[in-house]
Design a protein around this ligand. Structure first.
Ligand code: PMP
Length: 363
C-alpha cells in the first residue's frame, strides 16, 4: 500500500515500521488473545508496558531520578492551565512570547491572575513584528522572584525555534510539543517540560510531563485531581484511566527511536532535512521564509510563494505528487512543511524537487 509524504503539523506522520508493528499486534497482544487497547491498565501486562515505556524515554532523553515522568491526557493545551495550578503558588510567573503557542499559554495563564491566584508577567513578545524573531534578551522584563519562566522552544505555527535554553534564574517550564526528541537537550536545565504526543511521540490523546520532583509541593487547592502532578505521580499516571493505546504507541515510537540510534542520530537527520529545505527556499526568488535565520525551526518550516494566487495550485499539485498537508496555518498563510522525526530526508528531497519544478513551471 502506498504511503505518501505527510507534512502535517500534528497529528503528524508516524514511522511506517511502528504502524506495521501496531497492525501486527492489533488483535492479539503478547498472546493475550486481546488487543492492548482492550485490557486493564492495572493488569501486570499493561503496567509492565508502562514501566518499559518510561524507562525507554528516560534513556532517550537522559532523564535523571530527580524528575517525574507523567503520561497524561488533555493535550498540551490543558498544561497551559496545569502549569499555573501546580506551580504559580500565589507568586509571579514570567512568560516569553515567541509565537502563537506561547501566546495562548500566556492568555490562559492570565485567566488565573484574574481569579486572584497570582501574577502573570509578560517578559517580551515577538508579536508586534509578526513572530519572525525572538525578542532581544536586553528587552526582557523578568520578575526577580518568579515562580517559573515559561516559553515555547519551538513554535509550531510560526516556525521559530530557540536552540539555546534561556539563561534566567527562575525554574524554566518549556512547551516542547513540537520539538521533543528531535535533538539532544539537557533536561537538567529545565524545571518542567511538557509536550502533546501527536508530533514526535505518537498519536493524539497523550501528553507528556517531565517535572523536577522538588516542585511537586506547591499545587493550588483549586488544582483538579487529574491535573495535580504529585497526585498523578503517586498513582503512576493512572489516577484515572490513561490513554492506554496512545501510550502503547508512544512506547513503540520510543523503541523505534532507540533502534535508529537515539536522539543524537535522529538530530543529524533532522538538521540535514531542515538544511535541505531552507537551502531550497533561500536559493530561489520564488519561495521565502521570513524567520530570522538564527531562529529557524528544524521541525516546522513555513514558506511563502512569490504570488499567493498560486497557493491553491501548489497545494493541488503537491497533493497529486504525494506530498500531503503543506497548507500553512491560517494565521501565517502560505505553506508549511512539518518535518518531524518520522519524515525522511528522501521525503524532504522529494518536496524540494517538486518545489523546483513548480517554480520552473509558474515562477
Ligand atoms: N503547544 C504547541 C507548541 C503546539 O504545537 C500545540 C499543538 N499544535 C499545542 C501546544 C496544543 O496542543 P494540544 O492540541 O495537544 O492541546
Amino acid at each position: 500500500m502506498t504511503r505518501f509524504a505527510n507534512f502535517c503539523a500534528g497529528p503528524a506522520s508516524m514511522p511506517t515500521a511502528v504502524l506495521e508493528r501496531a497492525r501486527d499486534e492489533m488483535l492479539n497482544w503478547q498472546g493475550l488473545g486481546a488487543s492492548v487497547m482492550e485490557i486493564s491498565h492495572r493488569g501486570s501486562h499493561y503496567t509492565q508496558l508502562a514501566e518499559q515505556t518510561e524507562a525507554n524515554l528516560r534513556q532517550l532523553m537522559n532523564i535523571s531520578d530527580d524528575y517525574a515522568v507523567l503520561f497524561l491526557q488533555g493535550g498540551a493545551a490543558l498544561q497551559f492551565s496545569a502549569v499555573v495550578l501546580n506551580l504559580l503558588n500565589n507568586g509571579t510567573a514570567d512568560y516569553l512570547l515567541t509565537g502563537a503557542w506561547s501566546q495562548k499559554a500566556y492568555q490562559e495563564a492570565k485567566r488565573y491572575e484574574t481569579l486572584g491566584l497570582g501574577k502573570i508577567n509578560l517578559v517580551a513578545t515577538g508579536g508586534e513584528a509578526g513572530f519572525v524573531d525572538v525578542p532581544d534578551r536586553s528587552q526582557w522584563q523578568l520578575d526577580d522572584a518568579a515562580s517559573y519562566f515559561h516559553y515555547c522552544p519551538n513554535e509550531t505555527i510560526h516556525g521559530v525555534q530557540m536552540f539555546q535554553v534561556p539563561q534566567v534564574d527562575a525554574p524554566i517550564v518549556a512547551d516542547m510539543s513540537s520539538c521533543i526528541l528531535s535533538e539532544p537537550i539537557d533536561v537538567n536545565k529545565f524545571a518542567m517540560i511538557y509536550a502533546g504526543a501527536q508530533k514526535n511521540i505518537g498519536p493524539a490523546g497523550l501528553t507528556l510531563v517531565i517535572i523536577r520532583k522538588d516542585l511537586l509541593d506547591r499545587a493550588s487547592a483549586y488544582c483538579p485531581a487529574v491535573m495535580n502532578y504529585q497526585n498523578q505521580l503517586d498513582n503512576g499516571s493512572m489516577m484515572n484511566t490513561p490513554a492506554t493505546y496512545a501510550w502503547y504507541l508512544a512506547g513503540l515510537v520510543f523503541e523505534w527511536l532507540l533502534e535508529q540510534g537515539g536522539v543524537e542520530a535522529i538530530a543529524k537527520i533532522n538538521h540535514a532535512k531542515a538544511k535541505t529545505l531552507y537551502d531550497a527556499i533561500d536559493g530561489s526568488d520564488f519561495y521565502s521564509n521570513k524567520v530570522n535565520p538564527a531562529y529557524r525551526s528544524i521541525m516546522n518550516v513555513p514558506f511563502q510563494l512569490a504570488d499567493d494566487a498560486l497557493d491553491k495550485v501548489f497545494l493541488a499539485e503537491s497533493e497529486q505528487a504525494g506530498l500531503l498537508n503543506l497548507k500553512g496555518h491560517r494565521v501565517v498563510g502560505g505553506m508549511r512543511a512539518s518535518i518531524y522525526n518520522a519524515i525522511t530526508l528522501e521525503q524532504v528531497q522529494a518536496l524540494t524537487a517538486f518545489m523546483a519544478e513548480f517554480e520552473r513551471k509558474y515562477g
